[in-house]
Design a protein around this ligand. Sequence first.
Ligand SMILES: Cc1cc2nc3c(=O)[nH]c(=O)nc-3n(C[C@H](O)[C@H](O)[C@H](O)COP(=O)(O)O)c2cc1C
Length: 175
Amino acid sequence: MNGGGGRRWFDMVQPEAFDSQALRGALGRFATGVTIITCLDGSGARVGLTANSFNALSLQPPLVLWSLRLASPSLVAFSAATHFAVNVLAETQVDLSRRFASKVADKFEEGVWHAGLGGVPVLGGCAAVFECELQAQHEAGDHQLFIGRVRRLADLAVPPLLFQGGHYRMLGEIL
Ligand SMILES: Cc1cc2nc3c(=O)[nH]c(=O)nc-3n(C[C@H](O)[C@H](O)[C@H](O)COP(=O)(O)O)c2cc1C
């Protein structure tokens, strides 16, 4: 059996042989949704970024996780914030995803935002929203891992935006 990448299933790449580009490439095979994660900084200003490291962690209690690169200018705000919101983007929100992954001066100028729990920005038109209280955070490698306890959620019947192989995508067929 030969996969699309030209490697056979038994051609495993050993730790000494892969670089960060190979690691990124392999990780990119894993399809994810796309979120904008938001909080307020110490002065009450809105902070947010595009993140696909979001994932489910626990159902009972309801916990979710995501990670932020340590070099991010948003690290100070998220480390100190008591709450954050995970806005799961709809497929119509790709422009917002690009905006929140950029260095634009005021990311929040676009989109319909309202204040959720703790005043944290919540985005209208999302596929889902998880409003969280920070439960724990850990430094791990070059990222800070955030674990949140879900305090409120919204689940809308709109198709989510996907990210895979470095490209935005839409849902395909149900198998
Ligand atoms: C699809 C996608 C997913 C991303 N996921 C993450 C992530 O999980 N964690 C992270 O730190 N940056 C992630 N980024 C990069 C940030 O969105 C980008 O670096 C942004 O500028 C960070 O905001 P900052 O300027 O406050 O650091 C992602 C970017 C894209 C396009």
